[in-house]
Design a protein around this ligand. Structure first.
Ligand code: ZN
Length: 427
């Protein structure tokens, strides 16, 4: 797939020429305009004490090495293809060749990228195997969309254009799937969140105030669930969405408990480390347990509907932050999950979520069913645990007891009008 067929497929032929012209008009003849856009982007993130992850098409690093070398001091750079093509149409050997060339371009400016995002979020199993072969730590290629559009005022053609885009990205509703990293064919995938800037500006034609409201609603939804918002903002629309980005980061910084704002590399490192850690529990008397947290930086423990000694502190909803180190927990019920099935995938998932998982007779919250545990079972399972009235103890998902996480990301597909026009020819 190239840019033209992407636009035609995702927007319909009628709008394609119009949209191509609108997008092309944002680029300059030289790279100066986009360099300024990137400076504006990183100036905003710097103001809020964070770094974005920018996935760049590697051929651009060959064309503008100085720009990307400078950018790498302000942002994590990830791979967005060697060229901007649909990698789901290429076989393993072709993808391996492209990735090899991409990494060479990164190495030429002294960078060793940790992750990749496929152009158009289009990938296949070979894309993941290729990334693993090159020892990358993560991908950010699945897509989840949040139900946050304004209730009124979006015309049916704009909504159809947006939905076509979601279809093309293979996007799934965040109401049904947790927005959290997980292994996909053995590689950690950090799902991207829609609507992005392109959807808001070019497909849905939202007003500036609506763009702010949409991203705030996404932050709020991830915060309420303790999940991750992986925002996508392309540098060519930074000026159009700067207010929405600022408002989002300001809001994120105001939350208590906090929102952990980090580049994808840090999210991946944390997730891989944290999901290996386990809480230990021992019954030391009638209704009294000793809880021993793993010894690891940044790890926090949460307790629900049970007293602790020393006392913990208020956190979010029914959950409290446990005191640091080993503590005593008082509860008539054992604060663990009692699994009736022998399903390894289910057990691992719950343990990776930070719960203590024991057998069916352990006296904890019973988890029945889910014999054939699948991706679509995760959201109902988490909802069931959250809604139950059981006493529980778990490891917090995010470092330092943050409630949710936010990663600001962007894809750099072109730096000049010429790059933009060349894209369809580069397959
Ligand atoms: Zn792209």
């Amino acid at each position: 797939m190239n840019l033209f067929s992407y636009l035609r497929e995702s927007r319909g032929l009628a709008n394609t020429v119009k949209r191509l012209l609108a997008i092309a008009s944002r680029f300059g003849v030289t790279s100066r305009r986009m360099e300024n856009a990137l400076r504006t982007f990183t100036a905003i993130t710097r103001r809020y004490g964070c770094q974005p992850t920018l996935a760049a098409t590697a051929v651009l690093l060959e064309r503008y090495p100085g720009v990307f070398r400078r950018l790498s001091t302000e942002a994590e750079l990830a791979v967005h293809g060697y060229v901007h093509t649909d990698y789901s149409l290429l076989d393993g050997e072709e993808q391996s060749q492209h990735m090899g060339q991409a990494l060479k371009a990164f190495r030429a400016i002294g960078l060793q990228p940790d992750g990749f995002r496929a152009p158009y979020l289009r990938w296949n199993t070979a894309s993941v195997q290729t990334a693993q072969h090159y020892r990358m730590t993560y991908g950010s290629n699945r897509c989840l969309h949040w139900d946050v559009l304004p209730a009124e005022g979006i015309n049916p053609a704009a909504r159809a254009a947006y939905e076509k885009g979601l279809l093309l990205y293979g996007s799934r509703p965040a109401s049904q799937y947790p927005s959290l990293p997980s292994l996909v064919h053995g590689l950690l995938d950090i799902p991207a969140s829609e609507p992005d800037d392109e959807a808001m500006v070019d497909r849905l034609a939202l007003s500036p105030a609506e763009r702010i409201a949409v991203w705030q609603a996404m932050l709020q939804a991830t915060y309420e669930r303790g999940e991750l918002l992986t925002l996508i903002l392309h540098h060519e629309r930074v000026l159009l969405c700067a207010d929405a980005l600022e408002a989002l980061l300001r809001q994120a910084r105001l939350h208590r408990p906090g929102v952990w704002i980090a580049p994808l590399r840090d999210i991946a490192d944390w997730w891989l480390r944290r999901s290996q850690l386990r809480l230990a529990i021992e019954c030391i008397g009638e209704g009294c347990f000793q809880v021993v947290p793993p010894c690891s930086d940044g790890v926090a423990v949460l307790v629900r509907d049970a007293e602790t000694q020393p006392a913990g502190s208020a956190w979010y909803g029914r959950w409290r932050l446990a005191p640091p180190g080993t503590f005593a927990l008082h509860s008539r019920q054992v604060p663990v999950l009692s699994l009736s099935s022998q399903n390894d995938a289910l057990r691992s998932y719950l343990e990776e979520e930070g719960f203590i998982v024991q057998g069916p007779d352990s006296g904890g919250l019973r988890i029945d069913g889910f014999d054939d545990f699948r991706e679509e079972d995760k959201r109902p399972l988490l909802d069931y645990i959250e809604a139950s009235d059981a006493a529980l103890v778990r490891l917090a998902r995010w470092p330092g007891g943050a409630r949710s996480a936010l990663s600001v990301t962007g894809d750099i597909d072109a730096m000049t009008l010429l790059d933009f026009l060349r894209r369809p020819l580069e397959v």
